[in-house]
Design a binder for this molecule. Sequence first.
Ligand code: CTP
Length: 404
Amino acid sequence: MVIVVGVTGGIAAYKVVHLVRLFIADGHEVHVVPTDDALRFVGLPTWEAISRHPVTTSVHDDVPRVRHVALGQKADLVVVAPATANTIASMAAGLADDLLGTTLLATTAPVLIAPAMHTEMWHHAATRANVATLRSRGVHLVGPDDGPLTGGDSGPGRMSEPEAIHATALDLLRPRELQHDLAGLTFAVSAGGTREPIDPVRFIGNRSSGRQGVALAVAAADRGARVLLAAANIEADVLREADRPDIEITRAGSAAELGTVMRRAAAEADVVIMAAAVADYRVAEASEQKLTKESGPPVLTLVENEDILAGLARQRRPGQTVVGFAAETATGDELLERGRRKRRRKGVDLLAINEVGWTKGFEAAENRLLVLGADDEVVTETAGSKREVADRLLDAVRNARGVE
Ligand code: CTP
């Protein structure tokens, strides 16, 4: 699991070194995001050494990897310890003036804070209101404890001990760990539709938007998999969904390019899913010059493209699961029969039959899938949003691979 530990400017920061060690000892990936003030208590080299990752406070470092949102997006849990009165106020106001602020706004992971401040500050109406706001947004609190505070006084405001914060954090991670049923697996997924050039400005294409393939990639990544996504001509706003560190996107234009990208991805994948709509034919020789009306209606000679999926299934690595899609306009029994023939022809472990037509399948937000297993029986029948359908197909993949 990926844990972001936000450290803010309180004396208790030194105890958080131990908290980070506890997370590291569990095998978690820990990224420490201190505020500038926190570094007055514990220096940057300590955080880097203990977390084994580079540490920065600024949104201006590591800009190419959009670190200010990337950390929040990939986090499974964000812990802020110690959380000072000032930090709690910033969080309540949604301020994003440093890397911790942007990370907290970018994350959808659970957030746990361990407040630490003097008793008066903890009891102040402003802090009470801010804490209530955070709670109402689902932020979890651990502590503060009642006990000796810096300066000799005593009362509620003392940061919980690292062991207590650690235990609460693990409770919050548990449901997420259960959802990570595809962790440790690499998925090679193709999405979109190929374009076969006719001349420099024209192509033979299809109506696949790439939404179903992208939904599969995102669902697999959400469930802990590493995803290699081969994107064939997908519009930017659809592909943006897959813009995250655990999905590696490679673009492909034609069927030949997609074949090359997918073979490379499949070489390191446990699961291969061909969701892209691949042109069966290409123009034998695309014209170097734009075809003009002056030469009259063109006669296009088509030659067959390789069947990428069948090739991947033939060359599958031991233990690799290969999944195909079948876009069919047939219905009822004929739909199933065509699907069965296609599954056998391609030699895949699972075939997701997708009813398509003028108004269904392509470009639509909803989808309906029938999934055939290796014995040609329907193992899953599902309808819903492309994400819901993606999750059910991934369940079928997990079941086909058996419990690991
Ligand atoms: N596919 C492929 N390479 C091709 C054609 C299709 O890898 N040249 C893959 C698709 O990505 C999909 C599956 O094969 O996963 C089935 O695609 P589909 O277009 O439904 O089937 P076809 O093989 O084109 O067969 P038909 O034209 O008879 O429907």
